[in-house]
Design a binder for this molecule. Structure first.
Ligand code: TSX
Ligand code: MN
Length: 590
């Protein structure tokens, strides 16, 4: 049970947490394959995992969560800064002392009869100056296995390095023997940004439990970035190469259900163009020695939504998850493979749903849970960029913001300058889809920079930080673009074919980066001229294209009161420059 790390803070913290949680045993992880196999075997023997048919899906496993523990819990996600105002109007706040008192009582003895696992890990390539170290303590072998894929698990923290403590227990009192968790009222996903500390209790699922991802790499890192002058963003990173071999690196923020993973690894329909994936979810971005922005993907794998993923929507994801993949809450086929709604081919004759019950088409509910996931190594992606682990990152040529908007918002346009781009990011919004629980379809939901659930501090200050980055970068600031793949016509049909055809919008962005094409200055920003979009071989009429590239001043006016309401929340923390951008927006709409 005893193990001495080189890092004294780690030794002290492990001792403290073991005394609090009272596990039967403490296991110190090293990230090796033997360890992975050991965890999986433990889970198989306990009946908590199902080995998939090795002929269909080698070295892959299916897990079924408890039906009460299927997604990130925004209502239980706490930003516990010393002052409530520093968490801001978009976060839930509890005072640190009060929250720790509550959670200590929950942690007390919660690991009796369990093993406590200590997982040191690096977010970002091991040894990169852009990386950060963390250590997760957990009582879930499922979390250990997932962390092996999603992070770089290491065996120690150097004595002279700091790390972010990530405390996790699935908790007691809820769930069942196959998937223990806590009852809903006892779940907390807590962040202490000023202490760089994470305490999570009661959930074993996704971002609630794999603490390197949303908790560390976004919520804690966004606050560190604010203090230290860099950026931790909810962004994909891709490399686009044109037929001449010129490379462009694009970082893009999209709210959920916009197909960010699909875009990050898409196959362009434009002949001779190539997309390579650097990351599909998180970008850590810093200024390099040449004054330009450089981005790394701090993650080591993809934790992707399975339903809707197919050879038609994302062939490279399908190739990525062919083997060595953990599936959670997918359906199981009679021949031992996974299945979900939206996957290619016929519905298999024999299916078991995500809760383990027989399932037939026409049954109430889905076979796979709508938030069913795959956990797969990024290195297995056929279009992973050879520089995806480059410790210095890739130079960012453009930022992209995109939401799901059925009307009014053009296919692609450019911000007039950085400040205007920050304004566009601050009013990033998606329309609610049928997947949203409250089902008020069409209602706008603001998700600034797609960071609403992930900003670890006051979002007004976060906007100010974006503006400050632009001030520092000056002429080196990348141009900012806004895209929308989701326009519908009066008949409710999607007007743009999307997917690989989005490369046509990206090509225009590249032409703008290089100054090869001009743009139309409009009330909302810089719009492409139709003749500057490469539409060879795409089946969209001129009339539809004109509609997709209109500024739609009249329709955008509906947003004015909504933006006013959205901005009002930030009170005096809303940067003056954004208030001015809004006034200019209103004036331009006329
Ligand atoms: O991911 C998507 N992208 C980005 C791809 C690189 N999706 C799926 C979103 C849910 C996660 C899209 N859906 C995209 C898109 O660009 N566009 C659409 C809408 C759409 C759906 C089906 C068609 C066209 C557009 N089908 C046909 O045109 C035949
Ligand atoms: Mn995400």
């Amino acid at each position: 049970m005893k193990r001495i790390f080189m890092n004294q803070k780690l030794n002290d913290w492990v001792k403290e947490m073991a005394e609090l949680c009272k596990p039967d045993d403490v296991y110190f992880c090293n990230g090796g394959k033997v360890e992975y196999d050991f965890m999986i075997n433990k889970l198989l023997v306990a009946g908590m995992a199902i080995r998939l048919n090795p002929k269909k899906r080698p070295n892959s496993y299916l897990f079924r969560s408890h039906p009460s523990d299927v997604a990130r819990l925004e209502k239980a996600t706490i930003i516990s800064s010393e002052n409530k105002d520093d968490a801001g109007p978009t976060n839930i706040w509890i005072a640190p002392d009060e929250l720790k008192r509550k959670m200590r009582a929950l942690y007390d003895g919660c690991m009796k009869g369990r093993t406590m696992f200590v997982i040191p890990f690096s977010m970002g390539p091991v040894g990169s100056p852009l990386s950060e170290l963390g250590v997760e303590i957990t009582d879930s072998p499922y979390v250990v296995a997932n962390m092996h894929i999603m992070t770089r698990v290491i065996s120690d923290i150097p004595a002279d390095k700091d790390f972010i403590p990530c405390m996790h227990s699935v908790g007691v009192g809820g769930g069942n023997a196959m998937w223990p968790c806590a009852p809903i009222e006892d779940k907390y996903i807590s962040h202490f940004p000023e202490e760089k500390l994470i305490w999570s209790y009661g959930s074993g699922y996704g971002g609630n439990a794999l603490l390197g991802k949303k908790c560390l790499a976004l919520r804690i890192a966004s606050y560190m970035a604010f203090q230290q002058g860099w950026m931790a963003e909810h962004m994909l990173i891709l490399r686009l190469t044109n037929p001449q071999g010129r490379r462009y690196h694009i970082a893009g923020a999209f709210p959920s259900a916009c197909g960010k993973t699909n875009l990050a690894m898409m196959n362009p329909s434009l002949p001779g163009w190539k997309v390579e994936c650097i990351g599909d979810d998180i970008a850590w971005i810093r200024r390099g020695p040449d004054g330009k922005l450089y981005a790394i993907n701090p993650e080591n794998g993809f934790f992707g939504v399975a339903p809707g993923t197919s050879y038609a929507t994302n062939p490279n994801a399908m190739e990525t998850i062919k083997e060595n993949t953990i599936f959670t809450n997918c359906a199981l086929t009679g021949d031992g493979d996974v299945w979900w709604e939206g996957i290619d081919g016929e519905i298999p004759l024999s299916l078991t749903d995500w809760q383990g019950n027989p399932w037939k088409p026409g049954n109430n509910g889905e076979a796979a849970h709508a938030n069913a996931r795959f956990t797969a190594p990024a290195a297995q992606c056929p279009v992973i960029c050879k520089d995806w682990e480059n410790p210095t990152g890739v130079p960012i040529d453009a930022f992209l913001f995109g939401g799901r908007r059925e009307s009014a918002v053009p296919l692609v346009f450019q911000a007039r300058d950085w400040n205007h781009g920050v304004f566009l990011g601050s009013i990033l919004a998606s329309e609610k889809t049928a997947a949203d629980l409250d089902k008020k379809i069409g209602e706008l939901r603001y998700d600034p920079m797609a960071m609403l659930p992930f900003c670890g501090y006051n979002m007004g200050d976060y906007f100010g930080h974006w503006l400050k980055i632009g001030d520092i970068l000056k002429g080196d600031a990348p141009p900012i673009f806004y895209v929308n793949w989701f326009r519908k016509d009066a008949a409710g049909k999607f007007m743009w074919p999307g997917y690989g055809h989005n490369s046509r919008a990206l090509k225009w962005i590249c032409d703008r980066i290089d100054g090869h094409v001009s743009a139309e200055e409009t009330a909302i920003g810089l719009l492409p001229k139709i003749e500057d979009l490469d539409l060879s071989g795409v089946n969209v009429s001129g009339e539809t294209m004109r509609e997709l590239l209109r500024p739609h001043r009249a329709l955008r006016r509906h947003e004015i009161p909504l933006i006013a309401q959205h901005y009002k929340k930030f009170g005096s923390r809303l940067p003056e420059r954004l208030a001015r951008q809004f006034i200019e927006f209103v004036a331009a709409l006329g």
